[in-house]
Design a protein around this ligand. Structure first.
Ligand SMILES: [Zn+2]
Ligand SMILES: [Zn+2]
Length: 263
């Protein structure tokens, strides 16, 4: 599987891609071309073009959850020809949601995306023999999954739509996550169950660790036990959290243009 970071908060020195506080990945796996999240603006498109990636050729549009730093880019995709594209996302990706008085939900309705097929992301879905969308994440830890703002119905938003991808590689699972509102440890446990492999080879993405709190401490303890070879925290992981995560393994830097080839 090939993974390319199209959008992230970070950019590398001497590489003139655009960054924004958002996330988008492009993946190629077993002949399938996959766009996983779209970032906040059209930055993912501008960067993809510069990288020589043709987003007009994608087979799958996969959405991790309905926050606009992951789905805002849909505003720039909706008028494109998506007639060959399968949309894979939990129903709740398209609900209205707000946080601190701001609308933070997906700015495009599902019907506005004229795709070939909509696949519900509630349950696990295998995109190829090795690449799986995990569906709803089972909440098993007691220190993760804090609500963010409010749903359209006035209830606190636990983001039941929040999910991730897992690749079943020869040395174990490689997990590709977005914001991990459901909890990075919960995501790892779900991936192990769904994919039938206890070995975690790597994790890339936002772990939603932005405070020095109990969750950070317990997450570091959890990850230490997992013995993960490659840890790529980005997007919603602050500097202090990255510093603490060093206890769990060698932290690798993520930025726009990062390419990983995972066997
Ligand atoms: Zn989010
Ligand atoms: Zn995010």
């Amino acid at each position: 599987m090939k993974l390319k970071v199209l959008t992230d908060n970070n950019t590398y020195i001497d590489e003139y891609y655009l960054g924004e506080p958002a996330l988008s990945y492009y993946l190629e796996e077993d002949g399938r071309k996959i766009l996983f999240d779209t970032g906040y603006s059209d930055v993912f498109m501008i960067n993809a073009k510069k990288m020589g990636i043709d987003l007009g050729a994608i087979d799958y549009l996969v959405l991790s959850h309905g926050h606009n730093d992951h789905t805002g880019g849909l505003r720039y995709l909706k008028d494109r020809d998506l007639g060959k594209v399968r949309l894979l996302a939990h129903e709740d990706v398209f609900i209205e949601r707000s946080h601190e008085g701001l609308e933070v939900g997906t700015p495009v309705k599902r019907e506005e995306l004229k795709v070939k097929e909509y696949i519900s992301g509630k349950d696990p879905y295998w995109i190829s023999d090795k690449l799986c969308f995990l569906g709803e994440i089972k909440r098993v830890t007691d220190f993760e999954n804090k609500p963010v703002g409010t749903r359209y119905d006035g209830k606190p938003d636990y983001l039941y739509d929040d999910s991730a991808l897992a690749y079943k590689g020869k040395d174990g699972l490689f997990i590709i996550t977005a914001c991990s509102h459901s909890g990075i440890c919960n995501i790892i446990e779900t991936a192990k169950k769904v994919c039938g492999d206890e070995r975690i080879r790597g994790v890339i993405g936002g772990f939603h660790l932005l405070e020095n709190n109990e969750q950070l401490k317990k997450t570091v303890e959890f990850l230490k036990k997992e013995n993960i070879k490659d840890l790529y925290p980005c997007h919603c992981v602050n500097l202090y959290a990255k510093h603490c995560l060093y206890e769990a393994g060698e932290i690798k830097e993520v930025g726009v243009g990062l390419e990983l080839n995972i066997e």
